[in-house]
Design a protein around this ligand. Structure first.
Ligand code: NAD
Length: 243
């Protein structure tokens, strides 16, 4: 059983569709019920098994209630993909107010903690699990702006490494994916800027952004037995922007 957070759109939807195509039953989490249902419908139309699970990952009570109900329906989670995220908008640091700081850290960092905490006891009891966290190349200093997003994504890498050590004893593997620029709703505002595509051509050796499927392929690898000797690692599909 796989659970993907923020799976109503973009990379999370692509992750869910690919894992379902490879035989996993998928719990499709999103805070937006309509988009979660759309992902579930896509998977079922292709012959896969999926269940919607509406919860705000930054709200402990919401996660507890929705995850428990979903797992009662379809069984314990073996693969958790902490993918839910919100756009940074790339503001200058002094333009980021306290509410925006709280929102970013709550969804990105606390959200991954709450979801992991929820599925961990069953993974430990079964002595197996794969947790894939979603960072970003911004964690490596790829952009001049959006420092709160960058800090949150850096914290995701720290969590990945700390959890990898802490949970290894239970055969639970924890890795992260740190995508470069991906063509999703999150980056839609950037795409509207004509200078942006030019910047992509200039800064990304492969000369284009990734499609969500290209990130999903890396996540699916980390979720599979092919990655059984990997833990605490960060894979960064980024077209060569960071080497
Ligand atoms: P997206 O906006 O297409 O999808 C994000 C999904 O997360 C949405 O469906 C949204 O409703 C959901 N979500 C947001 N907050 C939530 C919450 N509190 N609880 C539950 N669901 C919530 O974005 P995307 O581009 O597919 O991004 C997915 C992940 O990849 C994010 O963590 C993002 O930071 C990361 N990422 C994206 C890019 C990129 O260029 N698009 C690059 C690097 C990393």
């Amino acid at each position: 059983m796989a659970l993907v957070t923020g799976a109503g759109s973009g990379i999370g939807r692509a992750n869910s569709v690919l894992m379902a195509a490879r035989g996993a039953a998928v719990i499709v989490n999103d805070r937006n019920a309509t988009s979660a249902d759309e992902t579930v419908a896509l998977i079922r139309r292709a012959g896969g098994a999926a269940l919607a699970c509406v919860a705000d990952v930054s709200d402990a009570a919401s996660v507890e209630q929705a995850f428990a109900a979903a797992q009662r329906g379809v069984g314990a989670v073996d693969i958790l993909v902490n993918n839910a995220g919100i756009p940074s908008g790339m503001p200058a640091f002094e333009d980021i107010d306290e509410a925006a700081i709280d929102r970013m850290l709550n969804v990105t960092v606390k959200g991954a903690m709450l979801c992991t905490r929820n599925v961990l006891p069953a993974m430990k009891a079964r002595r197996r699990g794969k947790i894939i966290n979603t960072s970003s190349i911004t964690a490596f200093g790829s952009h001049a702006r959006g420092s709160v997003y960058a800090a949150a994504k850096g914290a995701v890498i720290s969590l990945t490494r700390a959890w990898a050590r802490e949970f290894a004893e239970w055969n639970i593997h924890v890795n992260a994916v740190a995508p470069g620029r991906v063509r999703t709703a999150m980056a839609a505002a950037l795409s509207a800027n004509p200078a942006y595509e030019e910047e992509v051509r200039r800064r990304v050796p492969l000369g284009r952004r990734a499609e969500p499927d290209e990130i999903a392929a890396v996540v699916a690898f980390l979720a599979s037995s092919d990655a059984d000797y990997m833990t605490g690692q960060v894979l960064s599909p980024n077209g060569g922007e960071i080497m």
